[in-house]
Ligand binder design. Structure first.
Ligand code: SF4
Length: 282
């Protein structure tokens, strides 16, 4: 089995309430942190690199910068940097500032992927009233030498037309984002019948607000160069006026013998699907 990335879940809490939070649908959100998390993480790194992964992504079903132990995130980054050339964090950015970004870069972080619905502050206030202005996060990342990407969850409000999406790319470029990823929202593959109210609310919100990226993909394909062959899970990357634009989805099951990711969970186990607890390796 080949894997493209190792995804590492490490946050203890979340400080946002994104209406599209798919973590509320896929379970195992508040797994007990393994007392042996560090040695298990080394095992996960070894397994992932032997499976071909070159990128580690600190992410999760909670916000990875929001932790009980202030030092754990830096220890995670250092451990990952010993095994992977690319170490990325996917974050809502609320707790970031230039000092902590500099410390993360010193520990070996290479990339910040900021989850958002827009490069502008105001639309992101639906994620949290404390959402940090993406302009500040981008400027701080650039100042400390980190690559910064805007990871846009495509919604009807801000990505309905090709024109809106292209405007987002141009705004993001102006702010210093080197990459923009547009994520099409989707629902997990399993049964959604017995969800708690919070999960049912997310399903309804995604159903009401999801938007297809097909038109944008057609526009980019006709007008810009595709920089890489399509990934096995369908993601595509285009060069657009100096910004790399990736189209992908929020949750895609493995479609070939190439797995999109391995997942190191808070309980110290390594899995290969977000939404199936049975999909465990060790
Ligand atoms: S920041 Fe992530 S984990 Fe938290 S509510 Fe938003 S999508 Fe969910």
């Amino acid at each position: 089995m080949n894997a493209a990335t190792l995804n590492v879940c490490t946050g203890d809490f979340c400080n946002a309430d994104c209406p599209f939070c798919i973590s509320k649908l896929t379970g195992r959100r508040f797994l007990r942190q393994s007392p042996r998390w560090e040695s298990k993480l080394v095992n996960a790194c070894r397994y992932a690199t032997m499976s071909g992964a070159k990128t580690a992504i600190i992410t999760g079903k909670l916000e990875p910068t929001y932790q009980n132990c202030p030092h754990r995130l830096f220890r995670v980054i250092k451990c990952l940097a010993e095994h992977f050339p690319v170490v990325e964090i996917q974050t809502n950015g609320i707790l970031l500032n230039r000092e902590c970004l500099g410390q993360m870069a010193d520990a070996g972080l290479t990339t910040v992927s900021l989850s958002a619905v827009s490069p502008l502050l105001e639309p992101n206030l639906i994620l949290s009233e404390n959402y940090r202005d993406p302009a500040e996060t981008a400027a701080d990342c650039v100042a400390v030498g980190l690559l910064v990407r805007l990871s846009v969850v495509a919604t009807k409000q801000h990505c309905l037309t090709v024109g809106q999406a292209m405007q987002q790319v141009r705004q993001a470029k102006k702010l210093g984002f080197a990459q923009v990823t547009f994520r099409e929202m989707g629902l997990p593959s399993g049964s959604l019948d017995s969800l708690p109210p919070a999960g049912a609310k997310v399903v309804q919100w995604i159903t009401d607000n999801k938007v297809s990226l097909a038109e944008l993909q057609k526009h980019l394909g006709e007008n810009y160069q595709q920089l890489l062959p399509a990934f096995p899970w369908g993601a595509m990357v285009f060069g657009v006026e100096g910004v790399s634009v990736c189209l992908t989805d929020c949750l895609s099951p493995p479609r070939t013998k190439e797995f999109r990711y391995l997942i190191y969970d808070r309980d110290g186990h390594l899995r290969y699907m977000w939404d199936r607890p049975e999909a465990v390796i060790f």
